[in-house]
Design a protein around this ligand. Structure first.
Ligand SMILES: Cc1cc2nc3c(=O)[nH]c(=O)nc-3n(C[C@H](O)[C@H](O)[C@H](O)COP(=O)(O)O)c2cc1C
Length: 182
């Protein structure tokens, strides 16, 4: 199994990194893991240039290698803090760039622009105990993945990180979720 981690926190050692680490520990032995740190990667935002309405691909080439990893992956791990009830900006920029696959599907009639099906998990951290952005992020991610042959199979949200570090119970849930993925 190949797992591609979309890591949305700017902090290499923080709450999201802890939660993601627990998940990765729980993956089956032999699983290949590639981590894309979006604050370093800095995907260019979609500027609706219109290229993908007429042709395959994107006018911007910064995601070419990333897309090869995406095509190849079996599991997509979205590990991110909640910012203003949504994603940090680089994650949003990446998901907006999936628009080329929306155009492939619905403008150019390509049935499955991404042939290999993928499972996805959401690993979220939130300062607020009530994690008010959880539903919004889940819906946005579902929408982004709807043209990516990618289905969310599990979510762990570690909330309340303003008051304390990620709880052991949330780390356990992430570890167990990884173990349940076949
Ligand atoms: C710019 C910014 C916006 C934030 N917005 C929210 C929010 O809307 N809801 C929330 O629960 N926490 C919010 N937080 C808190 C983070 O989600 C929380 O501290 C998270 O655990 C940070 O993860 P990290 O340690 O991996 O960076 C925000 C933090 C920042 C820096």
């Amino acid at each position: 199994m190949k797992a591609l981690v979309l890591f949305g926190s700017p902090r290499a050692v923080g709450n999201t990194a802890r939660l993601c680490g627990a998940f990765l520990k729980g993956l089956p032995k032999g699983c290949e893991v590639e981590i894309v740190r979006l604050f370093d990667f800095k995907p260019a935002p979609c500027n609706d240039c219109g290229y993908c309405k007429a042709a395959d691909g994107c006018s911007k080439k910064d995601l070419d290698a990333f897309m090869r990893s995406y095509f190849d992956a079996d599991l997509i791990v979205v590990a991110t803090p909640i910012y203003l009830m949504s994603f940090p900006a680089p994650m949003k920029a990446l998901f907006d760039r999936f628009q080329r696959f929306y155009c492939a599907r619905f403008r150019r009639g390509i049935k499955t622009p991404i042939p290999k099906p993928k499972k996805a998990v959401l690993l979220l951290t939130a300062g607020d105990e009530a994690a008010p952005g959880l539903e919004m992020i889940s819906r946005q991610t579902e929408r982004a993945f709807s043209v990516m042959n990618t289905k969310i199979v599990g979510t762990v949200c570690a909330s309340g990180t303003d008051a304390q570090s990620v709880r052991e119970a949330d780390l356990r849930r992430a570890y167990q979720l990884a173990g349940s993925i076949k």
